[in-house]
Design a protein around this ligand. Structure first.
Ligand SMILES: [Zn+2]
Ligand SMILES: [Zn+2]
Length: 134
């Protein structure tokens, strides 16, 4: 086995571990939080590797990267479109389990964009933060 092949196997094992850890939680962790989770299994993994693999997985549509301008990117192991609740104070993100019809854009309104997906996000103050604001 060549060094390149060994490197390839190591990278895919790291990617698998990152994906498995992300799919275990429903907390929509940031890259830093995923790093903390994966480091317990692969103590020598670097933050850069976690970032690169999360970018790779989200660019392939395997995981979702949750936007939010100005906030830290969060990742979701469930790539199927589903609505979210986000706390405007602490940034926590929860899944909405209620089946909600997501809006669709007629093709003539898509301005040539492809692979469009609709992120529905309800923004508010989570119970923990609401409790703090007394
Ligand atoms: Zn909050
Ligand atoms: Zn989600």
């Amino acid at each position: 086995m060549t060094a390149e092949e060994k490197k390839g196997i190591r990278l895919s094992r790291q990617r698998e571990t990152i994906l498995a850890e992300l799919c275990k939680v429903k907390t929509h962790p940031t890259a830093d939080e995923v790093y903390d989770m994966v480091r317990k299994i692969m103590p020598r993994i670097s933050l850069g590797t976690v970032y690169r693999n999360l970018d790779f997985l989200s660019s392939r549509g395997v995981v979702l990267r949750l936007g939010g301008a100005g906030t830290q990117k969060r990742f979701d192991g469930n790539p199927n479109p589903h609505p979210h609740l986000r706390c405007a104070v602490c940034g926590r993100v929860d899944d909405v389990e209620y089946p909600l019809a997501l809006p669709e854009l007629p093709v003539e309104q898509c301005m040539g964009y492809e692979s469009l997906r609709c992120d529905v996000e309800f923004v508010g103050v989570c119970p923990v933060c609401a409790g703090k604001q007394v």
